[in-house]
Design a protein around this ligand. Structure first.
Ligand code: NAD
Length: 281
């Protein structure tokens, strides 16, 4: 997909970080944008920023882990604009800690947003995008944590490995049907966003913990806040994403270290060793 002007983009997780930057970039290219988030005030702030620059933005409050919400998002996008050309499944949340200290609700929340959120969107959007008969593109946001694993991060890492695998499977399914819909998977390294404070968006129905978080969960959340504060600007990520859509690139890393990191992982796998955790950058 090389032309963006006048086309329609749907972007989830649009209230903050990478999602907000994708909305601003898409609007700047002349796209009509449907921006979605679970958190309404920041979502409206994103829309204000993009429309102040002349963009056309429709906001939809939705929890992507709820199928009916995602169906409503798709219905709104098709009702308002008649078609959807670019779908960015970007909403995501982080939960860490030792696996044995995680609760069923920790997993329901993280897998619900990071994995089911994408699956709901695939069901609600893809058949209608295919039926349009025009070219289109889907970008799923995974993570370098979808390729390399480490301690303290099992819910997030497991969800991102799944997001990456389902993106590959979606691309294979679309290719098998000679579809004009392309797929990419974004695998960011550290980006300066609000991901370290994901708990701010955790609905009550996926809370089952009594008392404080275990110390290692607090430690890893703080480490993520500190490390992402020094990360790449989301606006740079948005530029990288749209460049990759133009060229039909499947994997979209944000740093050159990606190449060394995946080679090291596959060397370990070939040698039948537990893959090492490279330094986070
Ligand atoms: N920041 C990083 O270093 C980094 C690295 C790799 C991958 N990622 C991924 O990038 C994506 C965007 O995250 P970010 O870093 O911009 O963080 P962020 O917290 O700044 O933005 C995430 C957005 O998703 C929204 N969201 C959370 N739960 C939702 C739900 N149930 N339904 C709809 N929206 C919901 C939040 O309100 C927020 O606006 C995520 O998938 C994240 O896992 C981030």
């Amino acid at each position: 997909m090389e032309q963006f002007n006048g086309r329609v983009a749907v972007i989830t997780g649009a209230g903050s970080g990478i999602g907000r930057a994708l909305v601003q970039h898409a609007a700047g290219l002349g796209m009509q944008v449907v921006a979605c988030d679970i958190e309404e005030p920041p979502l409206h702030e994103t829309a204000s920023l993009a429309t102040a620059d002349g963009g056309v933005v429709t906001t939809v409050r939705a929890d992507v882990s709820v199928a009916a919400d995602v169906q409503h998002l798709a219905d709104t996008a098709f009702d308002v604009y008649g078609h959807v050309d670019l779908l960015c499944n970007n909403a995501g949340v982080f939960r860490g800690g030792f696996m044995w200290s995680t609760t069923p609700a920790d997993w329901e929340w993280v897998m619900g947003v990071n994995v089911q959120g994408i699956l709901h969107a695939v069901r609600s959007f893809v058949p209608r995008m295919v039926a349009q008969g025009t070219e289109g593109h889907i970008v799923n946001t995974a993570s370098m944590a979808g390729i390399i694993s480490g301690a303290f991060t099992s819910p997030y890492t497991t969800s991102k490995f799944a997001a990456l695998a389902l993106s590959e499977c979606l691309a294979h399914d679309l290719r098998a049907t000679q579809s004009a819909i392309g797929v990419s998977v974004l695998v960011p390294s550290l980006i300066r966003t609000g991901i370290g404070t994901s708990e701010r968006n955790r609905p009550e129905r996926v809370v089952d913990r009594l008392g404080d978080d275990p110390p290692e969960a607090q430690f890893v959340a703080q480490a993520l806040v500190d490390s992402t504060a020094a990360g790449m600007e989301p606006s740079e990520v948005a530029q990288i994403v749209f460049d990759a859509i133009r060229t039909g690139q499947f994997y979209i890393p944000t740093k050159g270290s990606y190449h060394q990191q995946i080679r090291a992982r596959y060397d370990d796998q070939e040698a039948l060793r537990l893959p090492a955790t490279p330094p986070i950058d």
